[in-house]
Design a protein. Structure first.
Length: 398
């Protein structure tokens, strides 16, 4: 089968990740796979690469990711409406494509997909993982009646309308989509497609002893790794750390990038919270080694979020047998997900007392910590490997 994957941002296919591993799984099963994704700033000229034996078109656009100007960003996405199909037709236009598989970001794909479906006479599989305007409203960026929200709701409607198959990370995502697009319940077959990743392979030759380097020997180490933006409410972690300053052997690690990183660091310094270590970005192999040497992984979500969110970082934690300590919003079904896997403890975002209580359960009960880590790894092996996601998709598109 001839498959074309579409993404708004994608690392080199050689790297392991939620979507890169899925792409490689299709190639591993003998499909003719192609990928189209915009270049990131500073990545050079438009080109057709071969990455992990797969043709990857990285085409030129205005800056889409990390653009601080809302006006310039908006114009860049408007121009994407013709840049995306033009680049695909230029490089892949004469190729046979049977199925197009795309992520739900950007919603502008709702206007691009019909052109590509007609050109290739192809079906479209939508990985409906994320929404835009609903959380923007929840976080106070826009009112629900703002023209931008109406525009993106229309784009979402177009995207779902033109999808032949729709996979979502959880039932909560499906219910959320149907809340805003109820017509789809009787016209679209929506099903659960969980995130996936190949097993992490740790290096034996370049291992860094982070516990020795940072004087964490005999410490209980809780790590937050990932985006540090408003949607993550990292103040949950900061408040938790402050509440644990009386425990000399509990330390917290925060690693990542985002709009709130410097703000959070300044707040921690001002409040003189000394049990937190901040780290900047590091290569994935090194991060996996760091994660492997920690005791528990933290997930934090803004309590105002409306979209049910299953954080993809969970796979990395389960992959390395790390239990999850989560502070979640009131809309997500992530708590049910953790309970089903029996691989972590959760409380509501903003409830520091319950967050701390759950941390201390894992801190005081080594057997529980290890068992939940083991349960998460078993859940990963049974549900979150790329062959499982591949089978889910193929069962629908055959």
């Amino acid at each position: 089968m001839n498959i074309l994957f579409l993404f708004i941002s994608l690392p080199n296919i050689e790297e392991s990740g939620v979507f890169t591993d899925l792409i490689k799984e299709f190639a591993r099963n003998g499909h003719n796979v192609k990928v189209a994704t915009p270049l990131k700033p500073g990545q050079g000229v438009e080109r057709l690469n071969v990455e992990a034996g797969i043709e990857v078109l990285r085409f030129k656009t205005d800056q889409l990711v990390g653009n601080k100007s809302m006006i310039k960003k908006g114009m860049a996405y408007l121009k994407l409406l013709y840049q995306y199909p033009r680049a695909i037709k230029k490089y892949f236009g004469k190729d046979k494509i049977d199925v197009i598989i795309g992520h739900s970001l950007p919603p502008e794909l709702g206007l691009i997909i019909p052109k590509l479906k007609r050109h290739f006479s192809a079906k479209f599989y939508l990985m409906l993982c994320e929404f835009i305007w609903q959380d923007a409203v929840a976080l106070g960026m826009f009112s629900k009646k703002h023209p931008i929200c109406k525009y993106y709701n229309w784009l979402e409607n177009c995207l779902i309308k033109h999808a032949d198959y729709i996979g979502c990370p959880s039932q909560g995502n499906i219910d959320f989509a149907l809340k805003y697009h109820p017509w789809a319940e009787s016209t679209k077959e929506m099903h659960i497609l969980q995130y996936c990743q190949y097993p992490v392979v740790l290096s034996d030759t370049q291992k860094v002893d982070f516990r020795k380097k940072y004087n964490w020997e005999d410490k209980f180490v809780a790590i937050y790794g990932g985006s540090i933006n408003i949607a993550q409410s990292i103040e949950n972690v900061i408040n938790l750390a402050e509440s644990c300053v009386g425990y000399d052997d509990i330390v917290f690690v925060i690693i990542g990038r985002g709009s709130q990183f410097d703000i959070i660091k300044q707040d921690v310094s001002k409040r003189q919270i000394h049990n937190i270590t901040f780290m900047d970005y590091m290569p994935k192999e090194e991060y996996n080694e760091l994660l492997n040497q920690c005791d528990v992984g933290i997930v934090s979500l803004n309590p105002k979020l409306q979209m049910p969110n299953i954080p993809s970082k969970t796979i990395g934690l389960f992959n390395l047998s790390k239990p999850v300590l989560a502070a979640i919003d009131y809309s997500t079904d992530y708590g049910k997900f953790l309970e089903k896997a029996d691989a972590g403890l959760w409380s509501y975002s903003g409830d520091t007392d319950s967050f701390k209580k759950n941390l201390l359960k894992l801190y005081n009960d080594r057997a529980l910590l290890l068992q939940m880590g083991h349960n998460g790894h078993e859940y990963y092996l049974n549900n979150l490997t790329p062959d499982k996601a591949y089978k889910t998709i193929m069962d629908h598109i055959k």
